[in-house]
Write a protein that binds this ligand. Structure first.
Ligand code: ATP
Ligand code: MG
Length: 264
């Protein structure tokens, strides 16, 4: 679903991504950890076409993002879930979810927001998946923060994407609500075979919900492996990295359950 090789990205003289190699399979829930400024959002923004990498290869849902591609085509493959969910507060819950269908409509119906019955059915089904069937007609601004984030997830599901990219989706929620939101996100995407890359700051949530953990430090991948492998040395590599860790050779050429780079 997602394939990157030697992906690099700079902002001026600030090199932010130093050659990222990552493959994410359908239905896999990958949690990305790293200190603030490690490059997590930049990597997600590259995957969603919001930032253009300098070099390397990047494919998302079969689309080559280094070549010319249409935003509409990419929107059919990858949906984004944001920390502040970016919903329209005065619209109903259903209408917010339906905006996830706009990219799938032909141009004229999309301009006039003429949704088909199938779009309405899908939007309702997506709200059901996040436990909000009873809120379809409510104004979105009347919902709690956790419910709004679940609407954001339903909107992403309504795009019928192959990939969901979630950038700190639970950063503004209390722990109980955060867990509920992550559970809905993981269960729905697992059932639908959607690949997820989810940036988080909480190691506990990463352990609880991740199928696999990726750790970034200074724009380099310093860990790629299982939840069980996320031991103290791995956490050191992620959260107390050397200033410029050099990636070590990979014994078998793969990045399974390995700490990559030197430890301080
Ligand atoms: N649009 C931009 N223009 C210039 N520099 C940027 C831009 N976006 C990100 N950066 C820089 O890239 C680096 C990585 O930022 P990024 O937002 O990817 O980090 P992050 O790991 O998501 O951090 P956080 O956990 O705080 O969200 C930082 O040094 C940041 O200042
Ligand atoms: Mg970020």
């Amino acid at each position: 679903m997602i394939h990157t090789r030697q992906l690099r990205k700079s902002f001026g003289s600030n090199q932010v991504l130093h050659g990222i190699d990552l493959d994410v399979q359908p239905g896999e829930f990958v949690v990305m950890l790293g200190l603030s400024g490690a490059g997590k959002s930049t990597l997600l923004r590259c995957m969603n076409g919001l930032a253009r990498p300098d070099s390397g290869t990047l494919q998302v849902g079969g689309i080559d993002l280094m070549a010319r591609h249409s935003r509409r085509d990419l929107a059919r493959q990858a949906a984004m879930v944001f920390q502040h969910h970016n919903l329209v507060p005065r619209l109903s819950v259903l209408k917010n979810v339906l905006t996830g269908r706009l990219g799938a409509l032909p141009t004229l119906p999309s301009v006039f927001q003429l949704f088909r019955q199938a779009d309405l059915d899908l939007a309702r089904e997506c709200l059901d998946r996040v436990g909000l069937s009873h809120k379809v007609d409510e104004r979105t601004e009347a919902l709690s923060g956790g419910q709004m984030q679940r609407v954001g997830i339903a909107r992403a599901l309504a795009q019928q994407p192959k990939v969901i990219l979630a950038d700190e989706p639970v950063a503004s929620l209390d722990p109980k609500t955060a867990r509920t939101v992550l559970q809905y996100l993981r269960d729905a995407t697992r059932e639908l075979g959607i690949a997820v890359v989810c940036n988080l700051h909480q190691v506990d949530y990463a352990r609880e919900f991740g199928d696999r953990i990726v750790g970034l430090a200074h724009g380099r991948m310093v860990y790629d492996g299982t939840v069980e492998g996320l031991t103290e040395p791995a956490l050191q590599a992620i959260y107390h990295p050397l200033v410029h860790p050099e990636p070590s050779a990979k014994a078998d050429g793969r990045l399974q359950t390995s700490i990559i780079g030197g430890l301080s």
